[in-house]
Design a protein around this ligand. Sequence first.
Ligand code: CA
Length: 246
Amino acid sequence: MRVLLVEDEVRLAELLAQSLREEGHEVNVCHDGKVAAEQAERVPYDVIVLDWALPSMDGLEVLRRLRARGLHTPVLLLSARGTVGERVQALRMGADDYVVKPVALDELSARVEALHRRASGQERVVELAGVRIDHRARSVIGASGTESFSAREYAVLSLLLDRLGDVVTRSELLSQVWGAAFDGSPNVVDVYVGYVRAKLQAVAATALVLETVRGVGYRLREARSSERARDTLPGEASATRGKRGK
Ligand code: CA
């Protein structure tokens, strides 16, 4: 895979790069934050290993800039700072993993590879009936905008999507999304399906329909062409009202 390694300590950078190359990766090394941010926007890297303390632009700033520009390349942040607060700050900023220096070389390779595996499974953007579903951002992008889903809502949506066109029972949703150990009310399923349905209706009403199958469960299916035609006007009207309301 293609790795961008950003580390201003030249000898450490060489050591890390060499170790990653020995694992068969193609590695570009960068010693400066600003140069790294530009490079990352130009070249499609699989993973970026990013030091926190860097000249000209620090690692968090580089990360913020990449994420602000819609770049979701997995980032592993390296830092000499290892407090829980800093780690949390880094993850909130959009880092995918965090390694505290001194770095164990084989641990770094293992984490870089794990990040890549995780990302290649999640980064997929699926197109369905004219709607884009972004697994990594947990969002659905339709003609009238984008809706982001919480982790739980997205888990409900994913299960319904995996079984598109088929009924998924409430107990399947409950056991797969909440887990077998969940001992709260099963009504939680209906509540979350309601959230998911409202979000889909806001951006994908003419593409996807989330039906209740009474006494059984729920079914997500593509809208029929008749529904699309019929729904276009009211769908647009409600989207316009929604925007005006905000
Ligand atoms: Ca540094």
